[in-house]
Design a protein around this ligand. Structure first.
Ligand SMILES: Cc1cc2nc3c(=O)[nH]c(=O)nc-3n(C[C@H](O)[C@H](O)[C@H](O)COP(=O)(O)OP(=O)(O)OC[C@H]3O[C@@H](n4cnc5c(N)ncnc54)[C@H](O)[C@@H]3O)c2cc1C
Length: 391
């Protein structure tokens, strides 16, 4: 399912349809029947991952010249929405991998792109981004991991936590301080690609409310040697900017996950409300249920439109931190409120482990935390609103 860049708009639309059809078939055949049990057991979905490798999903947004599918962020967001409507954890396995890849594609040297991107695109080497530490999440400039020059490379010391794909993945983009005294602090931060090895293993998995199946790892680096050629972009002091560029795509994909969950909750509720009867009629004929369904539908469409707008801006190469932040904020809140409303509509069945609603309800809160909390998104939006409208 490759999309070449030289295709016309019409051909690209046709190919997008083919890609989405193939994702729909994969979800129906290979994910939906197994999601409930794998989630309940908190099992890493290796067979699903193998299928995603075959489909080329680990190269979804990577350029065709590196063996990726070269999909636009707009098409990618539609894939993420569909996957998350079935099981959000599956999208997490390729989402943070693709943030790492987007960072290398935008900020890496030509040698780094040639070396890493084909392996990322084929799915042979999969991974994620390691930014968060036990004492620093939102305030990334407060990280303590240090990278000190040593011979022809660096030694890393510090700890990272809550890192998606850290246990099962083979490589991580690790944010570290190369100059802890630098002012402003971001000028002392650098990004390193670190492959797993016998010196670098991650075993510890965090226990979570939801987002099961995918591993969230924690690890300590104790004089971990990294070759100098793995410093992204080849120069120190640009790591924070580099990863923030990748996080624009990350926020679009979190927004798309929100749309997926919000939509799934709406559709399951619409169906259930027509089947479940109380007081002699389907509950969808009670006005209070109709109002809930209407509110949920509005949430889905608002979230979807903002997500599409952010993805279009990203595809045009425009600055889109505000657009991605708005989409992420609105779509994650839509997922949260629609999952709660779906539970109310389903009554006790919504609370049951037999059905999917309680899973959406447990998965949704992550969207308000990951890729920058929703409180942080408001700060980013406010900053841009002021900057774009000078008095
Ligand atoms: C399941 C899961 C997967 C994750 N995957 C990854 C991953 O792959 N890689 C990675 O690096 N990280 C990952 N994270 C970490 C995630 O990015 C952080 O949890 C997130 O950035 C928030 O940081 P924190 O938890 O340290 O909260 P804190 O930064 O301690 O924030 C606590 C609260 O204070 C608020 N707050 C903080 N500063 C301000 C401010 N200036 N103004 C207003 N409010 C503020 C926050 O919004 C929040 O409500 C993951 C987390 C989870 C739960």
């Amino acid at each position: 399912m490759a999309l070449a860049e030289e295709f016309t708009a019409e051909e690209r639309a046709e190919q997008e349809r083919m890609v989405l059809d193939s994702v729909d078939r994969f979800l129906e055949r290979d994910v939906a029947p197994y999601a409930h049990d794998l989630e309940a057991e908190d099992t890493y979905p290796q067979e699903i991952v193998d299928k995603m490798v075959d489909m080329g999903l680990f190269g979804a947004t990577i350029g065709v010249e590196y063996g990726g599918l070269g999909l636009s962020a707009s098409t990618y967001a539609k894939i993420v929405e569909r996957v998350s409507a079935v099981w959000m954890s599956v999208s997490g396995i390729f989402n943070s991998h693709l943030i790492m890849a987007a960072t290398v594609e935008r900020a890496g040297t030509e040698e780094q792109k040639a070396k890493w991107l084909p392996r990322f695109a084929s799915g042979e080497l999969r991974g994620g981004i390691a930014l968060t530490e036990p004492d620093a999440g939102t305030d990334l400039q407060g990280i303590r991991t240090r990278a000190d020059k040593s011979g022809n490379g660096y030694v890393l010391n510090g700890a990272k936590t809550w890192i998606s794909n850290a246990v099962e993945g083979g490589v991580l983009a690790i944010l570290a301080k190369t100059d802890p005294e630098a002012e402003p602090r971001h000028k002392g931060m650098s990004l390193f690609l670190v492959e797993k090895s016998k010196e670098f293993k991650v075993d510890k998995r965090m226990k979570k409310l939801g987002y099961k199946g995918i591993d969230s790892g924690e690890f300590i680096m104790d004089d971990l040697f990294v070759p100098g050629e793995n410093l992204v972009g080849g120069g120190e002091g640009r790591g924070l900017q580099q990863i923030l560029g990748g996080l624009e795509l990350g926020r679009i994909n979190v927004a798309a996950r929100g749309v997926g969950i919000a939509r799934a909750c709406l559709l399951k509720s619409v169906e259930y409300a027509q089947i479940r009867k109380t007081f002699g009629k389907p509950i969808c004929e009670h006005q209070s249920i109709q109002i809930k369904l209407a509110d949920m539908a509005v949430q889905v469409e608002t979230a979807r439109l903002l997500t599409e707008q952010a993805a279009r801006a990203y595809d045009k190469g425009e600055r889109c931190d505000m657009e991605a932040g708005m989409a992420k904020l609105v779509a994650s809140e839509a997922a949260l409120s629609n999952s709660l409303e779906a539970m109310r509509i389903h009554g006790a069945y919504g609370y049951s482990k037999e059905f999917d609603i309680e899973r959406y309800y447990r998965d949704a809160p992550l969207l308000a935390i990951g890729e920058g909390t929703n409180e942080l998104q408001k700060l980013i939006i406010a900053k841009q609103v002021i900057a774009r409208n000078p008095a």
